[in-house]
Ligand binder design. Structure first.
Ligand code: MN3
Length: 383
């Protein structure tokens, strides 16, 4: 049966790798909609190759050029972020791949859940900001949220056939990022350029910096709590520089199940898109005889305080993870623009968490306000 996909954030790293899968399985998937933020040239190229029913560019200033470039096709052209939330509700769509970056992913993901679409979730910020609300909505609308991130896909695969009550601990693995072995002194002077050389994974710029600070891992702890219904203190981060063990679950009898594979995002994407089936693929295989040195170490929250801040935010609950995310988006961008140094990323986030108004039981509207307020605070913290 052909599955119709809406790919939100199709020009980004997960989006283009999702299209690699679509290209490899033309009899299984067809593209209904593609959306991008500002990358118009790539979006045009993708639209011409995959011939979707609709395309949407979030930045409305690109509407005319996009329409002009596709005028000889019958592809419907839309613009603006509200349009993305509208497109995902189209009745022909089976799966919405939520792969856009940042808080902007929240509204369209909610629209897709309310329309009863299966969600292949790659946008982390959705569950970080509004995990409790999203999980409640997913139950209400009988929507499956399938993880695309490699760690959560691994945990999801380990939990197949298991009772949730038998989970003792989730072992969330982390590569440790490009600065794993840097001293506190060395971390003072690292640049965005250095951070963007990730050892194992090719990713977008924002998430690569999050990976260097380990905020990415903190976000994944928060996501795992909501996706798998465990307490945050049941989730342990294990630094595993080889990125072969993608995560593991320890059960109440002491048994541990892990999922392993080559570091290639197309594998978890394929699993989410074809779940509950396993599909033949030609993706790279582990060479076991060259894989003889898998190591594990404790995560260092002294050098990487963002991980500690994420645990503090989820322990506090309410809108605190929304504050964490907003401050991180601001600090991450400042670092990429050379406006703050690496340790100041955590400094900005910690001070924003102290200053922003705390709300224990936020509604969605609260969260949108919190996001705005926390961004303003983060932006105004003097360095
Ligand atoms: Mn990950």
């Amino acid at each position: 049966m052909l599955k119709h996909l809406a790919i939100l954030g199709s020009t980004g790293s997960i989006g283009t790798q999702t299209l690699d899968i679509v290209r490899a399985y033309p009899d299984r998937f067809s593209v209904y909609a593609l959306t991008a933020n500002t990358s118009i040239d790539r979006l045009i190229e993708q639209a011409r190759e995959f011939n979707p029913v609709a395309v949407c560019i979030a930045d409305e200033t690109y509407y005319e050029p996009l329409k002009e470039a596709l005028k000889d096709t019958d592809i419907k052209v839309w613009a603006g972020s509200d349009s993305i939330s509208q497109i995902v509700t189209a009745s022909d769509i089976d799966i919405v791949v939520a792969a856009m970056v940042g808080f902007a992913g929240l509204r369209p993901t909610i629209a897709a859940i309310e329309a009863g679409k299966t969600i292949a979730l790659a946008n982390k910020e959705t569950l970080v900001v509004a995990g409790e609300i999203i999980e409640r909505l997913a139950v209400k609308h009988h929507t499956a949220i399938l993880p695309v991130d490699s760690e959560h896909s691994a945990i999801f695969q380990c939990l197949t056939g298991e009772e949730p009550s038998s989970i003792e601990k989730i072992l969330l693995t982390a590569s440790g990022g490009p600065f794993r072995q840097f001293t506190t002194d060395q971390l003072q002077t690292v640049t965005a350029q250095q951070a963007l050389k990730h050892p194992n994974w090719q990713m977008g710029n924002k998430i690569t910096i999050d990976s260097a600070t380990m905020m990415n891992k903190g976000f994944e702890v928060i996501e795992a709590k909501w996706l798998f219904g465990v307490e945050y203190d049941q989730i342990e981060v294990l630094v595993h520089p080889q990125s072969i063990v993608h995560s593991a679950v320890q059960f109440s009898d002491g048994s541990v199940k892990a999922q392993l594979g080559c570091p290639d995002m197309r594998l978890p994407i394929l699993y989410a898109l074809t779940y509950p089936e396993r599909t033949e693929s030609r993706l790279p295989r582990i060479d076991w005889l060259k894989t003889n040195n898998l190591t594990f170490e404790q995560a260092d929250t002294q050098r990487f305080p963002c991980l500690r801040l994420a645990y503090e935010a989820i322990a506090k609950g309410g809108n605190m993870t929304c504050i964490l995310n907003a401050a991180n988006e601001v600090a991450n961008l400042k670092f990429r623009q050379g406006k703050c140094c690496f340790p100041q990323i955590a400094y900005i986030i910690e001070h924003t968490m102290q200053q922003a108004a705390y709300e224990p039981q936020p509604t969605l509207e609260h969260l949108f306000l919190t996001d705005l307020q926390a961004r303003q605070i983060a932006d105004s913290i003097s360095l």
